[in-house]
Design a protein around this ligand. Structure first.
Ligand SMILES: Cc1cc2nc3c(=O)[nH]c(=O)nc-3n(C[C@H](O)[C@H](O)[C@H](O)COP(=O)(O)OP(=O)(O)OC[C@H]3O[C@@H](n4cnc5c(N)ncnc54)[C@H](O)[C@@H]3O)c2cc1C
Length: 428
């Protein structure tokens, strides 16, 4: 059996991470369960516990594991990262304790790739040090999946740019220190050359929260983590532009691949946790003739979940390996395929695990509401499943040519006729 062994030193890090998360990170989830809690600096007691945990992660050399060594990470690459992220995926607080939470991880990538030295000093360095949080403000109320519909404008005024428009689902806009905002600077250009990126300090004049939208597990009117933001003539200097003018789509695209793979890695942990819960429940809940695990339908659910998880984990490792090998040409298809698989497995297994727990499963005494919300989020954030499924279909179709004649190339009478031409005496 192939067991993909890790080197002993890294295996020790993985073992340490598993024990540390169980002992020190999961308790944070239970004390401060709100999805936004890890970003909320007003939770002073939580912050006091968080700081020494982050220090311990640093001492272990596991801080910001997604980063290369030149950016202060260990430079493990993606395949090794799978083993860490799948452990963190069992928790809400894990990514912040280990310095690899979205959207900061993706934002640090684009700051490192496209930032000027001054932008890196001011924003990237404190972001990597865990002293700042950030936001990626791209989706608009009237245009999400299709970014060519974006209307938020940035207009030049002397040496400054003035940003005017609305964004929606700008995750952590109300907890962050700066926002990376995509705005249309060149409306007459080709659709994918119209927008540019700007770094906007969170305390810039003119930023308004129309609503601090939360997820469906959070109370209406509370401080939700995905605000509807209005930029009311927000003025930034020319030096706030991140990356080349008109290349906002290219900058955005370059951060999304990593984010999608990291979501997939964490989803392994989420699904494994559901499978663990299903297995325990199937053995614990007794019916007249024995435990639930004796019921064939329950066995099917366990089997389907286990098989899907094995396939998914190998899929994540494969796409991570493609990234490590620098196989850029293969990544668009691979990452879109993985994005669809991530949302699908999360939805299926979370639902099965919840259902197997009966009424307890839909109560507020089990973690399924947050898990269901995570599964739903995985099908939307970084692009809806349907859009990625179309990308996969399109790119797969592109690998094929139309049949040469009137029949498919595997048409049996035609193949047989060809075989007989090759071996005319073969059949009596
Ligand atoms: C938890 C969460 C966090 C998010 N964080 C951020 C963030 O930090 N920054 C940010 O900018 N955005 C963020 N988003 C927004 C996310 O990127 C968008 O929700 C996503 O791009 C879809 O846009 P939309 O919601 O406007 O859906 P719409 O564009 O209205 O699409 C709705 C549905 O229509 C269908 N559909 C649309 N287009 C197509 C198509 N071409 N082919 C087939 N079907 C289609 C799909 O079923 C899709 O789900 C976040 C979203 C969630 C849920």
């Amino acid at each position: 059996m192939i067991d993909f062994p890790l080197d002993a030193a890294f295996q020790a890090k993985v073992d340490w991470t598993r024990a540390f998360v169980r002992e020190h990170v999961e308790p944070l989830d239970h004390l401060w369960p709100a999805p936004t809690a890890p970003y909320d600096r007003s939770l002073t007691k939580a912050r006091a516990i968080l700081k020494p945990l982050q220090e311990e992660v640093r001492r272990q050399g596991l801080w910001a594991c997604h980063l290369d060594s030149d950016l202060g990470g260990p430079g493990y690459g993606q395949v090794k990262l799978v083993h860490i992220n799948e452990i963190l995926g069992r928790t809400n607080w894990g990514p912040v304790v280990f310095g690899c939470q979205g959207p900061d991880s993706g934002n640090s990538e684009i700051l490192a790739r496209f930032g000027t030295e001054a932008q890196k000093d001011r924003w990237l360095a404190p972001l990597l040090a865990g002293e700042m949080y950030s936001c990626f403000s791209m989706t608009e109320p009237d245009g999400g999946a299709d970014p060519t519909l974006f209307k938020c404008r940035a207009v030049q005024d002397g040496d400054d740019w003035i940003i005017e428009g609305e964004k929606w689902y700008s995750s952590h806009a109300n907890f962050c220190d700066f926002l990376i905002v995509m705005a249309v600077t060149d409306p007459e250009a080709a659709p994918y050359e119209r927008a540019s990126m700007f770094i906007v300090p969170a305390d810039a004049q003119g930023i308004e929260f129309v609503r601090e939208t939360g997820l469906f597990t959070e109370p209406l009117g509370g401080k939700g983590g995905h605000p509807y933001v209005r930029y009311n003539r927000v003025r930034v200097p020319a030096s706030a532009m991140l990356g080349p003018r008109g290349k906002g789509f290219m900058v955005a695209q370059s951060r999304l691949g990593g984010g999608r793979i990291h979501h997939a890695m964490r989803t392994i942990g989420l699904v494994q946790k559901c499978l663990d819960m299903m297995g325990e429940r199937a053995q614990s809940r007794a019916l007249r003739n024995g435990p639930l695990s004796k019921i064939q339908g329950v066995q099917y659910d366990l089997a389907d979940s286990w098989i899907a998880l094995q396939q998914f984990r190998l899929h994540v490792l494969y796409v991570s390996w493609l990234v490590d090998q620098g196989r850029e040409d293969d990544l668009r298809l691979a990452i879109s395929g993985l994005k669809v698989a991530t949302a699908t497995i999360a939805k299926d297994v979370v639902w099965r695990a919840m259902h197997l727990h009966g009424a307890l499963g839909v109560s507020n005494e089990m973690p399924f509401a947050h898990m269901l919300m995570t599964a739903a989020m995985l099908g939307l954030a970084d692009g809806p499943t349907e859009v990625h499924r179309s990308v996969v279909g399109r790119l797969v179709a592109r690998q094929y040519q139309a049949a040469e004649g009137p029949n498919p190339s595997e048409h049996l009478p035609s193949r047989r006729a060809a075989a007989l031409r090759l071996h005319p005496d073969a059949l009596d």
